[in-house]
Design a protein around this ligand. Sequence first.
Ligand SMILES: NC(=O)c1ccc[n+]([C@@H]2O[C@H](COP(=O)([O-])OP(=O)(O)OC[C@H]3O[C@@H](n4cnc5c(N)ncnc54)[C@H](O)[C@@H]3O)[C@@H](O)[C@H]2O)c1
Length: 255
Amino acid sequence: MNRFDDKVVLVTGAGSGFGRAIAMRMSSEGAQVMVADLARENGESVVEEITNAGGNAAFQTVDVSRADQVEKMVEACIETYGRLDVLVNNAGYSHQAAAMWKLTEEQFVGVFEVNVKGVFLGCKYAIPKMIDQGGGAIVNTASIAAVSPRPGLTPYNASKGAVLTMTRGLALETARHNIRVNCVNPVASDTDFMKGAMGVQDRLSEDQVETFIKTIPRGRLLEPDDVAAAVCFLASDDADMITGTALNVDGGRSV
Ligand SMILES: NC(=O)c1ccc[n+]([C@@H]2O[C@H](COP(=O)([O-])OP(=O)(O)OC[C@H]3O[C@@H](n4cnc5c(N)ncnc54)[C@H](O)[C@@H]3O)[C@@H](O)[C@H]2O)c1
């Protein structure tokens, strides 16, 4: 018996990085996975990877900052798989690192639209379905920067602080409906996220990696699979008594 046998999981931002790893791991543990992303080609290739590995997945294109598209995404999941047991609100990005007063209003608003409103909308459309079916689990991807910010990404960090506070409040609102809500706080990982946040072309330079690693007692960058393992735990029945929690997946960076 696998932890996600007979479970339907919807992962946003599943076309790359953490979301891809979460979708793959959920599938390997038995889940039927709705892969949702703005980037169609990436999302479809994750579905192909899952299918080739013997799993069951489908793709839905979505911009998580658009109510009509998020509603459609949840409907597509119900139409395809008949239910929705786990929602992973993972899609997100950062403005490029700069002192806050040098950022534009558009950069600020853009990050809050996706990172904060995106989580609100995912929950808004998924929770009534979970209530109707008797329960569910939600895991949001926040960031260790929500609790331990560093200079340069202040609006982004604040957006993840909002995700963390929404997680805690929502956990209280949904507990009596048998729905658990938690988040993960990942530390730095060399995913495509860094292209936006650090302005890198492809992957971090050796110097950049070293600079990050100096702040992480565990002595390495985070890998997407580290996040997937934490998200799967929080989404599974193993975490049945855990709600309103932010799990730091940070190699000790915040201690
Ligand atoms: N990489 C890090 O260092 C790090 C650290 C802490 C938290 N995070 C958070 O982890 C999450 C995943 O990031 P990642 O590192 O895997 O980066 P990534 O860029 O590899 O993945 C993000 C995915 O989200 C999708 N996406 C972006 N905007 C979207 C939108 N409006 N609608 C739907 N999909 C959208 C992208 O297409 C992409 O596939 C994000 O919320 C990010 O803020 C990343």
